[in-house]
Design a binder for this molecule. Structure first.
Ligand SMILES: Cc1cc2nc3c(=O)[nH]c(=O)nc-3n(C[C@H](O)[C@H](O)[C@H](O)COP(=O)(O)O)c2cc1C
Length: 188
């Protein structure tokens, strides 16, 4: 339950670990937007080891931190590239860890918004649709519209890593608003 005077907590997850990631730049733009009723914190998935069910009995610290950040959030915002027409391995790995152990899926019931940027013309659409399939099993509530898929993303981020494309900025603002509205509705 979100009380009216409390800000909605959004956890941002970036699917690329690249230092100059364009998808990180999209997330940075989202984080730069002044929100009066919400705040975005960024998760770090770079230290999460490759999932091995044998490790579930002694969960790594990086996973414990990730799971608790998810649980403490009201909504999730993912910004990811598409790798080989799908979800980057690092992101899928982090999702798999957070969904475990059986019966302790940290994503259960969370609202999730997603955006993607790619160097091609599809803007990461295929990765987003694979993500949506994963969200079904995780029992998450994805935002359907707007879809933020940014084709030729490298042309929309300047040499300082700043998003410059006004249409993309507007779409990200709309997505954030939809995420916040849904988070409020679901917890009323
Ligand atoms: C392993 C790998 C697979 C890729 N596969 C795709 C793909 O399927 N579709 C696509 O549009 N771009 C693909 N790309 C290109 C990415 O869109 C591009 O490198 C993008 O900048 C990566 O996002 P980032 O800047 O956030 O790291 C791939 C890149 C890598 C490294």
């Amino acid at each position: 339950m979100i009380s009216m005077d409390k800000k909605i907590k959004i956890l941002g997850i970036v699917g690329s670990l690249r230092k100059d990631s364009f998808n990180k730049a999209l997330m940075n733009y989202a984080m730069s937007i002044h929100l009066k009723d919400a705040e975005i914190e960024l998760a770090d998935i770079s230290e999460i080891p490759i999932f091995n069910q044998d490790l579930e009995s002694s969960v790594p610290e990086s996973v414990k931190t990730f799971k608790s950040k998810i649980k403490n959030s009201n909504a999730i915002l993912i910004s990811t590239p598409e790798y080989n027409y799908s979800i980057p391995g690092g992101l899928k790995n982090a999702i798999d860890w957070a969904s475990r152990p059986y019966g302790d899926n940290s994503f259960d019931g969370k609202i999730v918004g997603m955006m993607s940027g790619s160097g091609g013309y599809m803007g990461g659409a295929r990765a987003q649709y694979h993500l949506r399939q994963v969200f079904v099993f995780l029992n998450m509530h994805p935002i359907n519209k707007p879809e933020v898929m940014v084709p030729m993303v490298h042309q929309k981020i300047n040499e300082n890593g700043i998003l410059t494309d006004e249409t993309t900025k507007k779409k990200i603002e709309e997505l954030l608003q939809a995420l916040i509205n849904h988070a409020k509705k679901l917890t009323d």
